[in-house]
Design a protein around this ligand. Structure first.
Ligand code: SF4
Ligand code: SF4
Length: 76
């Protein structure tokens, strides 16, 4: 299963990731991060396909997508 992580502290709350997610599974949180922004993250169990659109769009490089092959050390 694809894993996706959001670095809350890097997030500037721009919302681009949510706008470009074809599954509509990224939402704004309700707590401010240390920089004073409401950070975004993917809904747990939200059927992420690992397409990478969110990570590609994030200007803060706050999103990491880990595919199963990578966790097994088989990625090239
Ligand atoms: S990898 Fe694709 S499906 Fe998954 S959260 Fe990002 S944009 Fe949405
Ligand atoms: S694109 Fe990046 S900086 Fe913008 S809301 Fe999403 S995670 Fe935060």
């Amino acid at each position: 299963m694809v894993r996706i992580t959001f670095n809350r502290q890097l997030c500037k709350g721009c919302g681009l990731c949510a706008e470009f997610c074809p599954r509509g599974i990224i939402t704004r949180g309700e707590e401010f991060n240390a920089q004073g922004f409401l950070s975004f993250s993917a809904v747990p169990g939200g059927r992420c396909t690992g397409c990478g659109a969110c990570a590609l769009m994030c200007p803060e490089v706050a999103i990491e997508i880990i595919h199963p092959e990578e966790t097994r050390g088989l990625a090239v």
